[in-house]
Design a protein around this ligand. Structure first.
Ligand SMILES: [Zn+2]
Length: 297
C-alpha cells in the first residue's frame, strides 16, 4: 500500500524545508504565486477577488464572447510582454545551473522562467506568445497576430488601453475593457490545407483553458521529469486544478518527498511531507543560498 494515503499534513518551517530537500535533486512545479512579484496577479490566491475563469466552450461557442476576449487580449498581452523575472525565478535558474533543480513544470504562461535563464522548462498550460488555429493547427507568434489586429483595428489600443488605470491585468493577459463591440477579429491566414486561399479557421491563444486538456505528450514529459528527480517542490500553486495536482499525487505514490511552498492551503497538502505558508521569492532565494549541490549518482 502506498504511504501517500497516510502522510500527515505537516506545517513546517523554512528549516524543515531545507532539511527535507538538502542533497536531493528536485523537480519544481510552479504556479501563479511565483509570478505575483513580477506584477502578474494570482486570481486564485487567498487575497484574490472572485473571478470566473473563461472556459474553452465559451471561447469556441460564442462569437461575441470571442470578439470581446480578443479585444481585451489585444490590449492585455502587451503587459505580460513587458514583465520581468523576479528573485524567485532567478533562484530557480541558479539552482538548475548548480544541478539541484532537474527541471521546472510551470502552470504559468508568462515565460518568466525562460527569461530568468531556466533551460529545462515544461510550459504545462501553454505560452502567451503563441496562437494556434483550431482548424489547421498552424501555430503563429502572438506578435504576428498583433500586427494584423492593429491593421484591422487602427487606434484601438490607444483609444481604450492608453490609460493604465482602465486596464485590469489577468494571468492569461486579459484586460478588462468595456468598448469592444466594434472590434474586428482576425481569422487564420495560413494557406487553406484544402487549397484556394487562406484557411480562415478560428484562432485561439496557445494556452490551455478550463474545459480543455493538456496535450498528452506534454503530460507524459512532465511525469518523466518528476520521475527523474528525488523530490518534488511545489512553489506558488494552490493546486486547484487537476492538471497540476496529478504530479503531486504521482510523486507521493512514488514515495518521493513533496514540499509545498504557498501562501495558504492547497489541495495537495495531504500528500506533502512539509508545507510552508510563505512567499516564493524569499523562500526560493533562501533555498538557492542553502541547498547544496547533490552528489553525483
Ligand atoms: Zn488555419
Amino acid at each position: 500500500m502506498s504511504t501517500s494515503q497516510t502522510r500527515p499534513v505537516t506545517a513546517g518551517t523554512l528549516a524543515d524545508v531545507v532539511d527535507v530537500l538538502a542533497g536531493r535533486r528536485l523537480t519544481v512545479l510552479t504556479g501563479a504565486g511565483v509570478s505575483t512579484d513580477s506584477g502578474i496577479p494570482d486570481y486564485r490566491g487567498p487575497d484574490s477577488p472572485p473571478r470566473t475563469p473563461m472556459t474553452y466552450q465559451q471561447f469556441v461557442g460564442d462569437p461575441a464572447f470571442r470578439r470581446h476576449y480578443w479585444a481585451r487580449n489585444h490590449v492585455g498581452w502587451r503587459h505580460v510582454h513587458r514583465t520581468h523575472p523576479n528573485a524567485g525565478h532567478r533562484a530557480l535558474a541558479e539552482l538548475e545551473a548548480r544541478g539541484v533543480v532537474v527541471g521546472i513544470i510551470t502552470q504559468n504562461v508568462d515565460l518568466l522562467h525562460e527569461a530568468a535563464g531556466s533551460r529545462n522548462v515544461i510550459d504545462l498550460h501553454g505560452r502567451y506568445d503563441r496562437v494556434v488555429c483550431l482548424r489547421c493547427r498552424t501555430v503563429v507568434s502572438r506578435a504576428a497576430l498583433a500586427e494584423r489586429l492593429e491593421a484591422l483595428n487602427p487606434g484601438f489600443v490607444e483609444r481604450v488601453g492608453g490609460v493604465v488605470g482602465d486596464v485590469e491585468i489577468a494571468p492569461d493577459a486579459d484586460a478588462v475593457i468595456e468598448q469592444t463591440a466594434d472590434f474586428v477579429v482576425q481569422a487564420c491566414w495560413a494557406p487553406d490545407p484544402d487549397g484556394g486561399g487562406p484557411c480562415g479557421g478560428m484562432l485561439k491563444p496557445d494556452i490551455v483553458y478550463f474545459g480543455e486538456n493538456v496535450p498528452r505528450e506534454r503530460v507524459d514529459r512532465a511525469y518523466a521529469m518528476v520521475d527523474a528527480a528525488d523530490a518534488l517542490l511545489v512553489a506558488g500553486s494552490s493546486l486547484s486544478v487537476q492538471s497540476g495536482l496529478r504530479f503531486v499525487r504521482h510523486a507521493a505514490q512514488s514515495d518521493k518527498p513533496v514540499v509545498i511552498v504557498n501562501r495558504g492551503e492547497t489541495r495537495g497538502d495531504r500528500h506533502a511531507t512539509v508545507t510552508l505558508h510563505a512567499g516564493t521569492s524569499e523562500t526560493l532565494t533562501t533555498l538557492a543560498a542553502e541547498l547544496p549541490t547533490p552528489a553525483p549518482t
